[in-house]
Design a protein around this ligand. Structure first.
Ligand code: HEC
Ligand code: HEC
Length: 292
């Protein structure tokens, strides 16, 4: 007669836990919904987008060193960069005017709204697009980047719609996955017109924005922003970098081999992106990081 009683209690406990879990998930799903459905009213400051070949070439360089191709593809036609049932299906949009690409009538203001405010044409946050980084680009640089993107040949590629899985939703709500860029941006920030290109700490600081997503805004590293990713190194003078020469830094970021003999893997530390920085840019970055 003992058995059925235990079974009954086990059943009640299991049922209770299931209900509790459903309630917790329900709360996360609800909160997630409030983040993605929030509508923003921002003033997009208009700037002129050039058409000349020098600006387009400068934009191509920015597209490479800012890692846009890692998510949007080298052909700008978009690609799925993560497909995991728990985290979600994450795909960088097709940025060309081809089938499955930018909506018809996508204006220069829409480009600026995406790159500087992290918003889509519906005024809701774009998902996972690192606009908190492109929002810091000078007028000249963002204009060159847009000029380059607009000048590329069309690609007809329709990507599957983005989906966020249950773990992705929980991580996003807890702030462990930067899924809501519009929330991370100071929408009243006034970008500089240009930033002088030179081997200076100031120019290095401007470039280092691209490193903050993983190395964190203080460059002290820590946990990876990529779920399950490798621990991120300290790249202030307190880390290995403090003992490196400028040339060793350049070699590490161009070849993935550090003076300590560490082989950087592109999937952890995207050195195929840093390999495309010019000497001047890497020297400026080094000056800045070494000063920290
Ligand atoms: C970490 C991956 C990632 C990187 C790096 C990235 N993007 Fe995106 N981007 C996305 C995703 C994902 C979307 C789609 C977001 C959505 O639909 O909610 C997107 C959307 C966009 C959009 C809006 C397109 C539309 O149809 O609304 C533009 C414009 C854009 N990205 C340009 C760029 C440029 C230029 C760069 C480089 C400075 C860049 N992105 C870097 C992931 C990325
Ligand atoms: C996508 C995430 C990511 C981005 C973006 C990124 N890093 Fe890293 N970086 C890492 C990780 C993770 C490691 C540690 C790799 C390891 O231990 O194998 C690392 C290691 C390094 C190292 C080696 C440090 C050492 O002590 O050996 C340097 C130098 C470095 N990063 C510089 C940069 C610079 C400069 C930028 C920006 C231009 C940058 N990283 C952008 C993730 C990133």
């Amino acid at each position: 007669m003992m058995f059925p009683k235990i079974l009954k209690w086990t059943g009640i406990v299991l049922l209770g836990l299931t209900v509790l879990l459903l309630i917790v998930f329900g709360i996360f799903f609800y909160v997630y919904g409030t983040h993605v459905n929030k509508q923003y009213a921002v003033d997009v400051r208009p700037i002129a987008i050039p058409h000349d070949s020098a600006s387009i070439a400068a934009g191509a360089h920015l597209y490479a060193i800012k890692g846009c191709g890692d998510c949007h593809g080298a052909d700008l036609g978009g690609k799925v960069f993560l497909n995991d049932p728990a985290i979600g299906l994450l795909a960088g949009a097709n940025l060309t005017g081809g089938q499955g690409g930018r909506p018809a009538g996508y204006t220069d203001q829409d480009w600026l709204k995406a790159l500087r405010h992290g918003l889509g044409t519906d005024n809701k946050t774009l998902k996972l697009m690192p606009s908190y980084e492109s929002a810091k680009l000078s007028d000249k640089d963002v204009a060159a980047l847009i000029a380059f993107c607009k000048a590329q040949p069309v690609v007809n590629r329709t990507l599957p719609p983005m989906k966020t899985g249950p773990v992705g939703k929980v991580l996003a709500v807890l702030g462990k996955l930067p899924l809501f860029p519009a929330e991370m941006i100071d929408h009243s920030y006034q970008q500089p017109g240009t930033v002088p290109v030179a081997v200076t700490k100031e120019y290095g600081e401007y470039l280092s924005v691209s490193c903050t997503g993983c190395h964190n805004p203080k460059f002290t590293g820590g946990d990876s922003p990529i779920p399950g990713g490798k621990k991120v190194a300290d790249i202030t003078s307190k880390g290995h970098l403090g003992k490196w020469t400028a040339q060793e830094f350049i070699t590490a970021l161009r070849t993935g081999s550090t003076p300590e003999g560490l082989k950087l893997e592109n999937k952890d530390m995207p050195w195929s992106m840093t390999a495309q920085y010019s000497d001047e840019e890497l020297q400026a970055l080094f000056l800045y990081l070494k000063s920290l």
